[in-house]
Design a protein around this ligand. Structure first.
Ligand SMILES: NC(=O)C1=CN([C@@H]2O[C@H](COP(=O)(O)OP(=O)(O)OC[C@H]3O[C@@H](n4cnc5c(N)ncnc54)[C@H](OP(=O)(O)O)[C@@H]3O)[C@@H](O)[C@H]2O)C=CC1
Ligand SMILES: O=C(CO)[C@H](O)[C@H](O)COP(=O)(O)O
Length: 486
């Protein structure tokens, strides 16, 4: 009798890997499973072994031998050194034609390097962004695989069977592009996630400290907003967090959580990469900086002791005006969200240009419609916009988004102005509005910066009235202009 082999294996059985293994097994795959600490493997088999076909292994050699050839393995361990170590160990045991998939949140340049190294050994390496957390991994994540086109032929049917399904039934996975394209798109997904969360947090702050509403009242407002164009997973879970009461104290849960937002790195990479490209992703940058500021505990404590001058955070309004202001915040949130997503898609577009990937932006929006953390109704609008071919250089010029921004702008301006007057920080709201106004400006003060640069450093400038590169001889009599000829 021939021993049954697994058609796919998973290394790393913490939250994500265990859930993904179960998803694979439930969808007809025979799944080899391995974890550094054996107890996780044993626990998975004990608690969920009945859900499908698993082949547990307690050594990496045993694991590799339990896989049918060509072998396919998904690594779901801690990003960074542990992932690197497993890739190398597996590669030493693998043969040409085998596939290694890194499903973690890996920096896309590491993925590009690894794909090249593995290709030299004949191994297909696929960096695959996976979003949706533990629940998503179990019930259907959004998947963003990169890697060679050839590997997609084998992986496509498996991934399509386990990925989330959008309302129209289509699986939330597509081959994003070669080498690091999948991890690049997952990185930007997370950057957008940061911006979206920051915008929601600022909305909460405006309603809480600004209008003095209770967490339960604000939760009800988010529940209502979830029935509008803001409908999304992040709005839904915001309401859930705000409704939650701490079981130990009976206080609103939000009030017992430390106000220090942590991060694992993908948001920072999104901003660093955007700076290199360069493409302005100001909403994502503000979101990363806001988390950073929240963690500057010493400075924040010193500010409390010194009581920096300014208004006690509030927005002074009558009850009738408060209702209108809540609507303004909703409109401001939607407008800012459009800007944040437009900036994120700009980064993907620039990244694709820089690294020679062919990325279908409409398909990216489509696979984010379900399964991932930023899943939202709104992504249908984005995929429709890209598919219609109506997008020129930015989402904001698409007729639907342009109209939405125009309709929201009075509310948006009112919210940012009232926040500034009331002493409530809204870095993401205000940066999105400034981005919109900068884009609208027929003339930017960048001209002055060019003048300053030329004066102090002979950095030259262009003229509006003729082509060429110019420099003014600032230190000489007459301050004449010369044209650079080299
Ligand atoms: N959690 C989430 O919501 C999401 C996570 N991801 C990504 O998925 C991957 C897995 O995430 P998650 O399930 O949360 O697990 P963790 O990131 O917490 O990593 C735990 C796993 O990594 C293994 N591990 C840690 N250090 C080492 C090491 N030095 N050598 C060998 N193995 C090691 C652990 O083994 P052991 O049990 O022996 O300690 C365990 O299997 C990560 O790359 C993460 O970025 C992606 C999307 C969402
Ligand atoms: O990848 C994810 C979702 O797709 C994770 O939720 C993300 O890692 C959370 O990031 P951070 O810990 O930096 O907030």
């Amino acid at each position: 009798m021939t021993e049954e082999k697994a058609n796919i294996g998973v290394v790393g059985l913490a939250a994500m890997g265990a859930a993904l293994s179960r998803n694979l097994a439930r969808n007809g795959n025979t799944v080899a499973v391995f974890n550094r600490s054996s107890w996780r493997t044993d626990e998975l088999i004990k608690e969920h072994g009945e859900e499908g076909k698993f082949i547990p292994a307690h050594t990496l050699e045993e694991f590799v031998n339990s896989l049918e050839k060509p072998r396919t393995v998904i690594i779901m361990v801690k990003a960074g050194a542990p992932t690197e170590a497993f890739i190398q160990k597996l590669a030493d045991l693998f043969e040409p034609g085998d596939i290694i998939i890194d499903g973690g949140n890996t920096y896309f340049k590491d993925t590009m390097r690894r794909e090249k190294e593995m290709a030299e050994r004949g191994i297909h390496f696929v960096g695959c962004g996976i979003s949706g957390g533990e629940q998503g991994a179990l019930l259907g994540p959004s998947m963003m695989p990169g890697g060679p086109e050839e590997s997609w032929k084998k992986l496509g049917p498996i991934f399509e069977s386990i990925a989330a399904k959008a309302e129209d039934g289509s699986p939330c996975v597509t081959h994003i592009g070669e080498n690091g394209a999948g991890h690049f798109v997952k990185m930007v997904h997370n950057g957008i996630e940061y911006a979206d969360m920051q915008l929601i947090a600022e909305s909460y702050d405006l309603l809480r400290r600004g209008l003095g509403l209770s967490p339960a009242e604000i939760a009800d407002i988010f529940d209502e907003w979830n029935k509008t164009e803001l409908n999304s997973y992040l709005i839904e879970i915001t309401a859930e967090v705000l409704h939650h009461v701490d079981e130990k104290t009976g206080k609103p849960f939000i009030d017992i959580i430390k106000d220090q937002a942590q991060m694992k790195g993908t948001g920072t990479w999104t901003v660093q990469t955007a700076l290199d490209l360069p493409v302005p992703v100001s909403a994502i940058a503000e979101a990363v900086f806001a988390r950073g500021l929240s963690e500057r505990v010493e400075q924040r404590e010193e500010a409390q002791k010194n009581i920096l001058a300014g208004p006690t955070p509030h927005v002074e309004l009558s009850d009738e005006e408060k209702k209108a202001f809540i609507e303004d915040v909703r409109h401001a949130l939607y407008a800012s969200k459009i800007i944040a997503y437009a900036q994120g898609f700009d980064e993907i577009s620039e990244g694709a240009r820089q690294y020679n990937w062919t990325i279908d932006l409409g398909a990216v929006a489509r696979i984010w419609r379900a399964g991932c953390i930023i899943r939202a109704q709104f992504l249908n609008r984005i995929s429709d916009a890209y598919d219609s071919g109506e997008i020129t250089s930015s989402l904001v010029f698409n007729p639907y988004f342009k109209k939405s921004l125009e309709e929201a702008q009075n509310s948006w301006r009112n919210v940012v102005a009232k926040a500034a007057l009331g002493g409530i920080p809204v870095p993401a709201f205000s940066s999105c509005l400034s981005y919109y106004d900068a884009l609208r400006s027929d003339r930017l003060p960048a001209a002055l910066i060019q003048g300053q640069r030329d004066l102090f450093g002979a950095h030259t400038y262009g003229r509006v009235d003729k082509p060429g590169v110019f420099h003014t001889l600032w230190a000489e009599d007459g301050q004449h202009e010369v044209e650079e000829t080299r």
